[in-house]
Write a protein of this length. Structure first.
Length: 764
């Protein structure tokens, strides 16, 4: 996969673009028309649109075999520039031109604001230097993540205008900066956090006995530490590259400043001769260097490193000087773009230095992995954990377990189902503390506060983060998620649930009833990606449980197969929302799988699971939950001030206080009813990553309000102190949220609706 849309997709970065991209989606299946040749598809689309289109209007961007079909994506272009969200996507039988499904979202060129100038002349008005300067100015003004750790961009037609979409990696997420060519200025800036918080033959590699946690180290918020089990670390490579000195030195013959970055010119010899560079070219050169390194035995003579078929274990470069490991440090071959702040010609600049990560603690003898201590230290001391070397064993085991269980249930796509995930442990950055996150084929672990879990020892979290990776691989570079993007979190939860079900065979264990995926959250009743994901994941979990209840072990195989196939059948979808996802799930069900499931066999289970989730497949209204900031009279939605990605900045002295007033109102629909009297709870602690702000009343139980009817409205006063309970940002500030939850009458386990209100407190 490429890197530009990985994990997030820009489709839910610009919600308006999603709406545009999802207009007039044309779709047919193989039962309606079996001819999947591009010539025929273009002719049929011309007929349906009532205007001629040509094969020359499209550029092939993806062409690959998936597990059970072949996929092509032909992006619509004008003057050689892609039109955002517009493409023809074709699924056909393997080794055949027979269609399974065709989907197209196209735009008439007459709707684009073209100029009489040649397109390259227009594009030349926005140089690399100006692009970087405009983007830098925008992200430096962002108080959440004003860091510059990498960039890339592409040019597209968006809403009829030629726009440069710049993606900048910060420490905790991605900035997306949209620059209009005609105006020569930034027209939009959005920020998104990274998606965050198992006897072999010789050709399978080394196998080492070990003791690991089957699910996690701690359950019930540290009330119980669980026992380890006997297992094996499998698929460890018998040969690994010899790494000596600065093996990426050939890449350091020039400097890579941000203002010289150009994703197009940097990929060409002529552009590089002019001083431009691109990350894709450098990564390709780094891969070539790795492929040419001589090999050595990965054995006990030098110490076995956990470099395997499905997983590579690495230590974050910043952890080495920070925690000073007591074992001999060996470089790993993992490419690490190290961005530093510098200056050039007296102006601030960012420079990328090609670097590498480091290998973990080598295993010196066969029983060492078995004997490594898994101390649960009161302060989660990262230096001690690093020297103990247990965390890397747990992570390696968890990654292997995911691959083995999913491959056994249909994850068989060439290259996508075998390419390893890289793990980076002990990232010491304070802004990322108490977390694990996924990006670009890597799962990243941080350091942890005493009251938090160590996520490197939590397989459920590891499988969730890798669930994002599985979705990335199957759903493609250009997938665009609508609403809050909750499908990403919900289905990552569901991938983890699949693996947990497989590993435990459905047997309960401490904490098994506490997972986020077990919930009653309805669709359209949230304003944050993880909460929105509860509706997706919860509905899918109900679906899986029902199928397993009816079909036992084969039910798990059936559900895994249909979900993975739906991911393939929604590959690169322009603006995928809940209705689209479940429509395609039903379509995948209608295809069946010989020897596994009959066509349409699982439909009744899915419809039953959706019935209690405030979800509609067809026409009709949905229930509503309104949370309003009374100071601005603005609804607190997924993109508004007060949301996760746009916390309201509060500048007050340490002894100061700030006040906010919110209002809550709900409305039932024909298909989903709230049960009165409703309880509105305001929680300040206990939620995910809560606890940094000092809210008035935080030390008490949740504040509660009652709504006795649909006509009622709750007024919620909030007050926050200028003294943080915990600093969780590098600038000395703290970010946290108040959790507003709607509980039906008589419900004690899970709320039906929930929204968050985020603040960032910073002292003057």
């Amino acid at each position: 996969m490429g890197n530009f849309s990985r994990a997030l997709g820009i489709g839910f970065i610009l919600n308006s673009c999603v709406a545009m991209a999802n207009d007039k989606l044309i779709r047919w299946t193989g039962t309606e028309d079996q001819d999947a040749t591009l010539k025929h598809v273009v002719e049929k689309l011309s007929q349906k649109l009532g205007r001629p289109i040509s094969q020359q209007d499209f550029l092939l961007e993806d062409d690959r075999d998936l597990a059970f079909n072949h996929y092509q994506r032909w992006v619509q272009v004008l003057d050689h520039v892609p039109i955002h969200g517009k493409s023809i996507r074709i699924w056909k039988e393997l080794n055949s031109e027979k269609a399974i499904q065709v989907e197209a979202a196209l735009q008439s060129p007459s709707l684009l604001n073209r100029t009489l100038e040649p397109i390259e002349s227009v594009r030349s008005t926005l140089s690399s230097e100006k692009t970087v300067a405009l983007a830098r100015e925008m992200i430096l003004a962002n108080s959440e993540d004003p860091h510059f750790m990498g960039l890339e961009w592409k040019d597209e037609w968006i809403h009829g205008e030629l726009v440069r979409v710049v993606k900048i990696r910060g420490k905790r997420g991605y900035h997306f900066v949209f620059i209009d060519f005609r105006q020569g200025k930034v027209i939009s800036h959005k920020y998104r956090e990274f998606p965050q918080v198992d006897p072999p033959t010789d050709d399978e590699g080394l196998s080492i006995p070990v003791q690991v946690y089957p699910i996690y180290e701690e359950a019930e918020e540290r009330e119980q530490t669980l026992p380890r089990i006997s297992a094996e670390l499998r698929h460890i490579k018998r040969q690994i590259p010899i790494v000596e000195g600065d093996f990426y030195a050939p890449l350091k013959t020039k400097q890579y400043f941000d203002f010289n970055f150009d994703p197009t010119l940097g990929d060409t010899e002529a552009g590089r001769a002019q001083g431009h560079w691109s990350m894709s070219y450098l990564k390709g050169q780094a891969a070539k260097i790795r492929s040419e390194l001589p090999q050595t035995q990965n054995d006990w003579s030098k110490g076995v490193l956990l470099q395997g078929q499905f997983a590579t274990i690495n230590i974050h470069p910043d952890a080495i000087p920070k925690f000073n490991p007591g074992f001999q440090i060996r470089a790993s071959t993992a490419f690490f773009p190290n961005w530093i702040e510098t200056s050039h010609d007296g102006k601030p600049a960012q420079e990328m230095i090609p670097s590498h990560a480091f290998a973990g603690k080598p295993l010196q003898f066969p029983n060492e992995a078995w004997d490594r201590p898994a101390h649960r230290l009161p302060d989660h001391n990262p230096a001690q954990y690093l020297n103990d070397g247990f965390d890397e064993i747990q992570v390696y085991y968890a990654i292997n377990t995911l691959f083995e269980n999913l491959q056994a249930r249909g994850f068989k796509d060439p290259e996508l189902s075998t390419r390893p995930f890289n793990a980076f442990l002990f990232n010491p950055d304070i802004a990322s503390r108490n977390n694990a996150f996924y990006t670009d084929d890597t799962i990243n672990f941080t350091t942890y506060s005493p009251h938090e879990k160590n996520y490197a020892r939590d397989n459920s979290t590891i499988w969730h983060e890798l669930g994002h990776g599985v979705m990335d691989r199957l759903m493609g570079d250009s997938i665009e998620l609508a609403d809050t993007g909750g499908l990403s979190e919900g289905m990552a939860d569901f991938v983890a649930a699949l693996v947990i079900q497989s590993v435990t065979q459905g047997k309960p264990f401490p904490g098994s009833k506490k997972f986020r995926i077990i919930n009653k959250t309805g669709f359209y009743l949230t304003n944050e990606v993880h909460d929105d994901g509860e509706a997706y994941g919860g509905a899918m979990k109900d679906f899986m449980d029902a199928v397993i209840g009816a079909h036992a072990e084969n039910g798990l195989n059936q559900v895994a197969d249909i979900v993975l196939e739906t991911m393939r059948l929604t590959r690169d979808f322009p603006g995928l929302n809940a209705s689209d996802w479940f429509d395609h799930l039903l379509f995948a069900d209608s295809l069946g799988r010989p020897g596994l499931r009959q066509p349409g066999e699982l439909k009744p289970f899915l419809l039953t699971a959706l019935a209690e989730r405030n979800f509609k497949l067809g026409e009709g209204s949905v229930a509503e939950f309104h949370l309003v900031n009374l100071a601005t009279h603005q609804e607190i939605e997924s993109e508004s001030p007060g949301s996760r990605n746009a916390p309201i900045l509060v500048r007050i002295p340490k002894d100061g206080k700030a006040h906010f007033d919110l209002s809550v109102q709900v409305k039932s629909s024909q298909h989903f009813s709230f049960h009165y009297p409703l309880q509105i709870r305001v929680e300040y602690k206990g939620g995910p990553l809560q606890g940094a702000l000092h809210w008035t009343g935080k030390e008490k139980e949740a504040q509660t309000y009652l709504l006795n009817s649909e006509a009622d409205q709750a007024s919620i006063p909030l007050e926050v102190s200028g003294t943080c309970d915990e600093i969780n940002r590098a600038d000395g500030s703290c970010v946290d949220f108040a959790y507003i939850q709607v509980w039906n009458s008589g419900e004690t386990e899970r709320p039906a609706a929930k929204k968050r209100f985020y603040l960032q407190v910073k002292n003057p």
